[in-house]
Design a protein around this ligand. Structure first.
Ligand code: KMH
Ligand code: ZN
Length: 274
């Protein structure tokens, strides 16, 4: 089994300080959270950014500022900007995060449209997916294929892979508990539904975070934890930092006998250039 890559989704676009005061908004807070995750064992930071008042943004300038500041504290960490942004953003806005310098090693590529709670719809048409895949391929960015259910794996293959827009091996992130239930049966179903040779990460939203992490570590997948997906260490106990959640994932891995990948080991596992 490969060493375990821990991704930290430190900020997100939806969670707020009202829900957990440790959710970062400012550049300083985002760097604090990235460093806490990195110091605890995260090899990869999945990055959204905010304006100081908490409003999510895909501003290229804000991404550049945050990435430059994170880089000073976490010199070798893999930084993976979101191209999902927040519900309602245009495709052009969302792609701004890929325009930073140097070009990011990875970025997310969301592979379908889904309900996002209440009246919110996170829209990713086939045209959007194809365009994002083409742009990432042209720029040499490895997409993390965000899939919220099995149909999105099929969509990624139909819309992008069959047109030669995805470089193999592919990397998927299973986001369970938004559109699809977060059961172990579903996790195994997802892991068995991706093309042979692909790598995968999984995350369980909210109360699903920890059983999905434990099962994923056992199955040989990689794990994503952080404020974007979950604000609690356990029922009723708010997380103090992303680092605290990464440390819990490290502890589970240790109990299960799985070693943790450094950023450079993660690059090798994900077939990223060294
Ligand atoms: N905030 C969601 C609308 C991604 O980062 O690519 C989209 C999202 C997925 O978080
Ligand atoms: Zn995200």
């Amino acid at each position: 089994m490969d060493k375990l890559i821990i991704s930290a989704c430190i900020c997100g676009a939806e969670v707020t300080k009202e829900q957990n005061p440790n959710v970062p908004y400012t550049v300083e807070e985002i760097v604090r959270e990235a460093k806490s995750a990195y110091d605890a064992g995260a090899a990869l930071i999945h990055l959204h950014v905010r304006w100081d008042d908490g409003t999510p943004t895909q501003s290229k300038e804000r991404f550049q500022e945050c990435v430059d500041a994170i880089r000073k504290e976490c010199p070798d960490v893999i930084i993976q900007p979101s191209t999902g942004g927040a519900v309602g953003m245009t495709d052009l806005e969302r792609l701004e995060s890929t325009d930073i310098v140097p070009t990011p090693e990875m970025a997310t590529l969301d592979c379908g449209t889904c309900n996002f709670g209440g009246d919110e719809i996170f829209t990713n048409t086939d045209t959007t997916i194809e365009n994002f895949a083409r742009i990432m391929k042209e720029k040499g960015i490895k997409p993390e294929l965000e899939v919220f259910d099995k149909g999105m794996i099929d969509t990624a293959l139909k819309v992008a892979d069959r047109k030669g827009l995805l470089v193999h091996p592919m990397h998927f992130d299973f986001v369970l508990g938004v559109q699809m239930t977060a059961t172990i049966r579903d996790l195994v179903f997802m892991a068995e539904s991706i093309p042979a040779g692909s790598t995968w990460t999984a995350t369980g939203l909210g109360k699903n975070a920890w059983h999905i992490a434990a099962a994923t570590i056992s199955l040989g997948g990689h794990v994503r934890v952080g404020f974007e997906d979950n604000l609690y260490m356990e029922k009723g106990v708010l997380a103090e930092s992303n680092g605290q959640m990464v440390a819990k994932a490290v502890e589970i891995a240790k109990l299960l006998g799985r070693e943790i990948a450094t950023p450079d080991e993660a690059r090798e596992i994900l077939s990223l250039p060294p």
